[in-house]
Structures are given as C-alpha cells and as structure tokens.
Ligand binder design. Structure first.
Ligand code: ATP
Ligand code: MG
Length: 398
C-alpha cells in the first residue's frame, strides 16, 4: 500500500488547538484530491498519513501535496512489515533502474524495540543497495535519498523527500477578501495570507467596456492559479468605469486615485461581508507608488469597513518579484493591460491626501448609491481546483 506521509509545519507547535489544525488539513487534502479516491487519512504525532489509490500517479500526488499549506515536507511511502529483510527487498525494488550516481539511507526508528538502531539499519540497507547497484554512498549531497521509518507494526520506505508548502492549513484563520488587480503584487499578497491559514475570495475592479477585457482575463487566470491552494474560491468582477466617470465629473484631479481606492475598500468590504469575510487583503507596499504613502494609506484605510491586511507592506519590489516568480504568477502579471486606475489618472496624483479634503470631495457624491450599483453589477465567477471531472455519461452544468 502506498501512502502520502506529511510532516507538519507550524501545526506541530499548536498545543490544545492542534486537532483543529489537523482536521482542517485532512479536509483540505480531501478537497485537493477530490477527483481521486483516497483511503483512510489519519494524524499520528507529527505526521499525517493518507492511503493513496493505485490510479493516482506519483507525479500528480506530488504536485497536489505540494499545494497543501501546513506541511513542512512529505514523502510517498510504501508500507511493509517491520522486518529488515522485507524492508531491504522493498528498497531494492524501489531503487531498481535509477540513474543516480550517489545515495544515502536515512532511517528513523519510532519503535525503539526494533532490533537494530537507525544507524545500523542505514548501514545494512546501504550495503545492500551498494552491492546491488554499485553506486556510491554520499551522506552530504546524495542524488537519491532513501527514507525508512520504522513503527511497531510496520515500516515505510520512500525515495526522495519533497518540500511542503509550509504555513497553516487554509481555513484555520478564517475568511477574507483579497483585492486582486492584474499586477505583480496582489497575487503575492493573497498567497502569503492563504499561507497564514486564511480562506480567500477574490475581488477585481475593471473598467470594461471603457477599457479592454484584458485585466479581467488576467484576474481570472491569477485567481485560478491561487485557487489551487484552497480548492474553491469565487472571483468577483466589479464594474468600476461608471463610478470612475462620476468621480472624474465631480472631483479635482489630484484626489481621484485616492477616491478610487476608497471606493474599492467600500465595495470589496460590502462583498466581503456577504461572504463572511472578516478582513481585506491588498498588495500595498509602503512608498512603492504615489498612492502608497503613509498619509494616503491612512486615508484609504478609513473607508475600509473591516481590518485591512497588507502582507507586503515591508517588502521591496525585488523581493516581491522574486516571490511572484516562485509562485508562478509573474508571467501573467506582466502581460500589458489597461488597469482601471490608469483610466482618468492625473499626471500628478496627490501623495499626501488629508482626510478633511477627501471627505469634502466625497460629500458631493452619493456614496451609498454608487457602492450599491457597483455591487449589484458584480459578476461572480466560481473557481475550483481540481476542475470538476464529469463521470462517464454525466453532463456537468454549473
Ligand atoms: P499590484 O501589482 O497588486 O497591482 P500595485 O503596485 O500596482 O499593485 P496599486 O495599483 O497602487 O499597486 O494597488 C494597490 C493595491 O490595491 C493592489 O495591490 C490591490 O490589492 C488593490 N488594487 C489596485 N487596483 C485594483 C483592481 N483593479 N482590482 C482589485 N484590486 C486592486
Ligand atoms: Mg496595480
């Protein structure tokens, strides 16, 4: 029988609340593998064990498990009786045909009654592999790592250990809405908060039909990419162009960007409230652009109906770009588009907006009505990962 064995990341630090984290992690694993049958899943000490069905390929299991927040690392392991000869046979079968030139055996003995200690098992099994394949032992930098874990009833044999996604299981920290532009920063911000256990909904503001649909397409693609970490999410596409026109008609140029942002806060907050969100997430970083001075951030935040989380606030652009590349969102983010905030943007936007002048400018607007109209015109796109597969002969309707 083949198992996914995950070793907990921060979950391991949780005391009394630990069961909440491990239960959520199990649910998330089931969601991420929804198109495959899994056997029993159980949590034991610092590990999660999930029985994998035969039809699930190793490569798919690895790809999915690496999306699961809460794991430090994981292995795909085969269970065998805890008997040295049988372990050796399993290891030799697993390494057969390898092209690796060096290897190491790493044993953990959870059952201290097992006749040999870890080092002795390493040596015994290592000797057998060396004899069979003629490749060298390299304890520092092996091309092939053979893992053996010995428990009272049985042992687990694995080849290679994969890095987990780290962090906390999505869902344990509650829900939030992430404001997703088509840019580089906001997907990274969303990722960082999911990794802290938040389950996100995504909100994108667009100015279609005044501008092209490109920003929406980018937001869809980015949101779909991020949804792989939490299996299910909604993307709310908010029409923003008419509202911007109204602001342009009534508000002097330099203040417009700050007002756009304040409306984004109100609208995303209203959508968030309907989805049970307790916070909003943006990709703002202090001083990065004109709208992100401390003064402006403060004025913008005042319009937010719920706490604002800015996970990138202390990161510089290079750090953010590096993370976007690792996350796999960078290439989509740099596709040229017309962001709604480039529409009607003054050449010299206000960098130090004062609350009184902003409130005075807004007093000429029917704020409630503008927010309600934008919310009512919002399109909801439901996203799932893995995409739902139709059973033979069944048509899916959404
Ligand atoms: P990004 O790369 O995320 O677009 P940015 O450096 O371009 O960030 P701004 O354009 O000032 O920064 O936006 C700051 C934050 O406001 C974004 O990170 C995002 O969270 C939110 N935001 C901006 N424009 C939009 C939009 N069109 N739809 C949704 N959220 C937006
Ligand atoms: Mg932007």
């Amino acid at each position: 029988m083949r198992y996914l064995i995950g070793r907990y990341h921060e979950v391991a630090l949780k005391g009394q609340n630990r069961w909440r984290f491990t239960a959520q992690l199990k649910r998330n694993l089931l969601d991420l593998m929804a198109d495959y049958r899994l056997g029993a899943i159980r949590s034991e000490g610092p590990r999660l064990f999930a029985e994998l069905g035969d039809e699930l390929e190793d490569a798919v299991a690895i790809e999915r498990a690496s999306l699961l927040f809460g794991l430090q690392n994981f292995t795909l392991s085969r269970a065998v009786p805890a008997d040295l000869k049988i372990i050796e046979r399993e290891v030799l079968a697993a390494v057969q045909g390898t092209s690796a030139k060096s290897f190491a055996v790493r044993t953990r003995r959870e059952d201290k009654r097992f006749a040999l200690n870890s080092m002795q098992v390493d040596r015994e099994i290592g000797g057998a592999v060396k004899d069979a394949l003629g490749i060298a032992v390299d304890l520092d930098n092996p091309e092939l790592t053979i893992g053996i874990e010995i428990f009272p009833e049985r042992a687990f044999v694995s080849i290679g250990k994969h890095p987990g996604a780290g962090g906390l299981p999505v869902g344990v920290s509650g829900r939030a809405v992430a404001l997703l532009s088509g840019g580089i920063d906001s997907p990274v911000a969303a990722y960082r908060m999911m990794r802290r256990g938040l389950c996100l909904e995504f909100v994108h503001f667009h100015s279609y039909p005044l501008l092209s649909r490109t920003s929406q397409d980018k937001a869809r693609e980015l949101a779909a990419h991020l949804t792989r970490y939490q299996a299910h999410a909604n993307l709310f596409l908010v029409p923003f162009g008419m509202l911007q026109r109204e602001i342009v008609a009534r508000v002097r140029r330099p203040l417009r960007v700050v007002l756009y942002r304040r409306f984004m806060m109100r609208i995303a907050g209203a959508i968030g409230a309907q989805t049970g969100a307790q916070a909003m997430v943006t990709g703002e970083s202090l001083g990065q652009v004109a709208s992100q001075t401390l003064d402006n951030m403060q004025v913008i935040e005042r319009a937010a109906p719920m706490p604002l989380l800015r996970p990138l606030v202390g990161m510089d652009k290079n750090e953010i770009i590096e993370q976007a590349r690792r996350l796999g969102t960078f290439e989509t983010s740099i596709i040229p588009d017309q962001d709604c905030c480039t529409l009607f943007v003054p050449r010299h936007p206000e960098t130090h907006a004062r609350p009184e002048e902003v409130e005075a400018a807004e007093s000429t607007l029917n704020i409630q009505q503008m927010v309600t109209e934008a919310v009512n015109g919002t399109e909801r796109v439901e996203l799932r990962f893995p995409p739902r597969k139709a059973a033979p002969g069944v048509q899916l309707t959404d």
